[in-house]
Design a protein around this ligand. Structure first.
Ligand code: PNS
Length: 180
């Protein structure tokens, strides 16, 4: 089998990132050591009602990663493999925190392989300290007035506090439903 010609190793790290957590950042750092460039690709998913609109998620990630030279931030919609191909990449990076992630990730990786056999999914494990961390839990903790420092970058913690002012200030919940 002929050896592939040398080309920049480019990887796409896709996700919802609502919001980006320190676990995601840990994975991006690891990805940057393996690949020449990592594109953090934020899914635009009109079906979900995110805490942060797409542009705000992209702005926050850009801010947090501004000193990391080989990372870029982008948004996408539609099929991930189509986006990966458009970017000229062949690798998707995904994180595996625990066995519970495995089934969903395995299904996605195999579906993506079926859609484009030229795209490989590479799984990486974040530091153990982040193995329980998810955007969903971080939002729940913040919503209920808990401390999210150390779980998300300070910029993100501040942005979350602005979106949940009464809770983040440690006060009682004022609104009824929908005061997310
Ligand atoms: O952070 P998330 O929500 O676990 O990321 C999920 C994501 C964005 C990787 C996944 O939903 C995705 O790739 N969506 C794009 C649509 C797609 O390609 N679907 C078919 C392959 S499973």
């Amino acid at each position: 089998m002929p050896r592939p010609t040398a080309r920049p190793r480019l990887a796409v790290y896709p996700g919802t990132f609502d919001p980006i957590t320190n676990g995601h950042l840990d994975l991006i750092e690891r990805g940057c050591r393996l690949f020449d460039r990592v594109i953090v690709a934020i899914l635009e998913n009109p079906d979900k009602a995110p805490l942060f609109p797409l542009r705000e998620r992209a702005r926050l990630i850009g801010e947090v990663l501004k000193s990391t030279p080989n990372v870029s931030v982008d948004t996408f919609n539609g099929l991930l493999v189509d986006y990966v191909r458009r970017m000229g990449a062949h690798v998707i990076v995904r994180g595996l925190r625990a066995v519970s992630d495995f089934e969903y990730e395995f299904q996605m990786a195999l579906m993506n392989r079926r859609l484009d056999p030229g795209v490989e999914t590479v799984f990486m494990m974040p530091a153990e300290a982040y193995s329980y961390l998810s955007s969903r839990l971080v939002k729940e903790v913040a919503f209920l007035g808990g401390d999210v420092s150390g779980l998300v970058p300070p910029t993100v913690a501040r942005a979350m506090a602005k979106r949940m002012p009464d809770r983040a200030a440690g006060g009682k919940r004022r609104g009824g439903k929908g005061s997310r």
